[in-house]
Structure formats: C-alpha cells, structure tokens
Design a protein around this ligand. Structure first.
Ligand code: 5RP
Length: 228
C-alpha cells in the first residue's frame, strides 16, 4: 500500500509501484497544504482535483481549516462540495479568489497547460484567471515538452451551426499544432490562442497560458514542485 495516511505524505518506499490515482492523491494532498483558513478557494474538476476537494472537506470537519469559501469549477465539483458540506459562493460575490487547485491534461516546462478534457474549461478559466495563486496538481504522465503539440485540444463552441465552427477550427488547430512544433514558445501559443478566440462561434479553448503559479507533480520518485 502507498504511504498515504491521514494526509501525511512521504515518498513511496522503493520498489513499491503506485497507481496513477495514488499519485494524483499525493499531488492533491500536497497542494492542500497551501490552503489557509479564511481563503476563497477555486475548486477544480477531475479525478485529481476531486482528491483535493475531499481533503479540504476533511480538514474543515477536523477544525484544522475554518471559514473556507469554495467556488466550484463545474456542476460535478459543485455537487461534490455540497455533499461534503463545503460552504460555496461564486465570482459575482467573490471576484477575487485566493487560491485555486486544479488538475490538467498537459503541462509543459513553462507551466503552460492544456485543460478541459474533463469538459469544464470555461468555468475553470474564469475562476482560475481570477485567482491570486493557481496550483496545478498532476501525476507525471501529464508532463509534455510542448502543450498542444499532440492530443485533442478542447474548445467550447456555441451550439448554433457547431459543425461550421468545427470546420473553421480545423485549419486553426493545424496552425496551432504547427506553432507548437516549430517555435515552441509562449509567444506563438498566444498567437494561436488569439486566433482561435477571434473565431465567431468559439466560447473558449483549453490552452491555459501563463496562468499556473505552481505545478505539483507526483511521480514514482516523489513530488516535484515547480514555481513560476
Ligand atoms: C477538467 C480538467 C481536468 O483538470 C483535467 O482533465 C485533468 O483531469 P484528471 O485530474 O481527471 O486527470 O481540465 O476539464
């Protein structure tokens, strides 16, 4: 069994092999160490963020955290937080978020992300662009050389004539992929990002550029913390 007990974290004793979910839990618990009483928290979405929300609720119920206000990044996280008794609010009432903790689908060495393959990127981007600190929690399988260079890029579009928008996006995604492969820097990702957002019918995309302040990576050899 992994060395995770009551939130205590320690590197796995070799040669123990941890599952991907156990690594996600280690990263999540480490991130929750940054939560302080009184904070307004962005509550992320996905199997990694779920561990963080569970841990926050556990600390609240133990009295080790007080006066936390959560802002969920999806309906699913909202339901989880309600079921765990975490007090909730929204950006209208709390436009400044102290800390958000969320997973990601891809993370590069500049802490750029691809998010949204779990289907909630718009709320995530709204909340995580309003936070003072954004901790991303991943297992090491999420590390990539260049975000957007491979795998699906989530894009939220309006339902009206969505196939038309999809066709127009296709050429832009070819362009975005080419930027990642050839230039590999944030400037070109931003160019690709801007081009996608200018397309009528697009609501938001899954490139989270220059937003994460910290990435916590859990791997077989322990935890790595990367700060911006
Ligand atoms: C949801 C997301 C998730 O954070 C991302 O898909 C990672 O999910 P998981 O922690 O389950 O691997 O962006 O839209």
């Amino acid at each position: 069994m992994p060395s995770i007990e009551s939130g205590a974290l320690s590197p796995p004793p070799s040669p123990l092999i941890l599952t991907q979910d156990e690594l996600k839990k280690i990263a999540a618990y480490k991130a929750v160490e940054s939560v302080q009483s009184g904070m307004v928290l962005g509550l992320g979405t996905g199997s990694t963020a779920k561990h963080a929300v569970d841990r926050i609720a556990e600390l609240l119920h133990q009295g080790k955290l007080k006066n936390i206000i959560g802002i969920p990044t999806s309906k699913k996280t909202h339901q989880q937080a309600v079921s765990l008794g975490i007090p909730l609010s929204d950006l209208d009432s709390h436009p400044v978020v102290d800390l958000a903790i969320d997973g990601a689908d891809e993370v590069d060495s500049n802490l750029n992300l691809v998010k949204g393959r779990g289907g909630s990127l718009l709320r995530e981007k709204m909340i995580e662009s309003a936070c003072k600190k954004f901790i991303v929690i991943v297992d090491e399988s999420k590390l990539v050389a260049h975000v957007g260079a491979s795998g699906a890029m989530p894009v939220e579009v309006v339902p009206f004539c969505w196939k038309f928008t999809q066709n127009r996006l296709q050429s832009l995604f070819d362009y975005a992929g080419m930027c990642c492969e050839i230039e590999k820097d944030v400037g070109d990702l931003k160019t690709a990002s801007d081009a996608i957002l200018r397309l009528a019918g697009v609501v938001e995309h899954g490139m989270f550029l220059d937003m994460a302040t910290t990435v916590i990576v859990a791997g077989e050899l322990g935890i790595t913390i990367k700060n911006k």
